[in-house]
Design a protein around this ligand. Structure first.
Ligand code: GDP
Length: 300
């Protein structure tokens, strides 16, 4: 928790402290509510969730007529947690069945942190006693497979790769085949983030999926999003949720932004559970996403 607080320091300073200082005023007048709204929008919470949070908070403070800072903080925290849809199941589907490894496909735009996330996730699983095989299905970017292999060597996972410029689907197919033969627990497949056109992306991901599913179902499709790209990233993310059966979101680079409110926006707009958050470039900088813990860290 202390670590999460430290990593969210930038968001905490700009959003958490800002909101709490307005709520601590003697009077919550129209200007104060506008400032709260502005702070949420500036932190990338998005228009719809901001309006809902402010409306509910306003009603509840009026009904209770409270000026107690601790109570106001907890009302605010409750509303932020509610906006993060705490009822969603955020468990990673990485438990292998008896004859088949669990298969995790990692998708998203280039540069969002897919390869890094594969490495970090492999590390978490290996530390948990699982065997992991990495599939380097990003065959377009010259260094991508090297980068994944380096992560694999670091965390104790082998990497299956194909020739540069080769067919990503065939690498993914091989990775699952080898994973099966070796009896590994989880196969993590890193993909290329080529969002040239929606149709192109659909063809590419569709083929990957069809080919992998010759072995069996894909257990988890994780969409990696860069928190620092804000509402733009969200627009791109929508395309992915439309073309791939995304089962979870990984929001990376939350350490590098003052706009931690993007998590609320992503959660509300995509409706897919945010399952993991990236809090740095290091191997241990991946955390499960817990709405209550996150809001607590955000409010400091
Ligand atoms: P890919 O193209 O989607 O595979 O992206 P990469 O995994 O190559 O990551 C792009 C850059 O983002 C690299 O420099 C990573 O070290 C960095 N990165 C990834 N995740 C995080 C994170 O959670 N925090 C920070 N600060 N940097 C990250």
């Amino acid at each position: 928790m202390q670590r999460l607080r430290a990593r969210l320091a930038r968001s905490q300073t700009s959003l958490g402290r800002g909101l709490l200082s307005v709520l601590a005023r003697d009077r919550l007048d129209e200007d104060a509510w506008e400032e709260i709204e502005e702070a949420l929008l500036t932190a990338d919470v998005g228009i719809r969730p901001t309006t809902e949070i402010v409306e509910r908070l306003r009603n509840r403070t009026q009904v209770l007529g409270t000026r107690d800072p601790a109570q106001l903080r907890s009302l605010l925290a409750e509303e932020l947690v509610t906006a993060l849809q705490p009822e969603l199941d955020r468990t990673l589907r990485t438990i292998p069945s008896t004859d088949q490894p669990s298969v995790v496909l990692v998708v998203g735009v280039n540069g969002t942190g897919k390869t890094t996330t594969c490495g970090k996730l492999a590390r978490v699983l290996v530390a948990d006693g699982r065997t992991v095989l990495l599939g380097a299905a990003d065959t377009f970017r010259a260094a991508a497979a090297d980068q994944l292999q380096t992560w694999g060597a670091r965390v104790g996972a082998d990497t299956i790769r194909g020739p540069e410029g080769g067919d990503p689907a065939s690498v993914a197919f091989d990775a699952v085949r080898v994973g099966r033969e070796r009896g590994v627990d989880t196969v993590l497949i890193d993909t290329a983030g080529r969002l040239h056109t929606k149709v192109g992306l659909m063809d590419e991901l569709g083929k990957l999926k069809r080919v992998i599913e010759k072995h069996g179902p894909i257990d988890e499709t994780l969409l990696v999003l860069d928190a620092t790209t804000g509402q733009n990233g969200l627009t791109q993310a929508r395309v992915f949720t439309e073309v791939a059966d995304v089962t979870g979101v990984v929001l990376t680079k939350l350490d590098g932004t003052a706009k931690g409110g993007i998590v609320i926006s992503v959660q509300r707009e995509l409706g897919v559970p945010v399952k993991l958050i990236g809090l740095g470039e290091g191997a241990d900088d991946l955390a499960p996403f817990d709405p209550v813990e996150f809001v607590d860290a955000l409010l400091g």
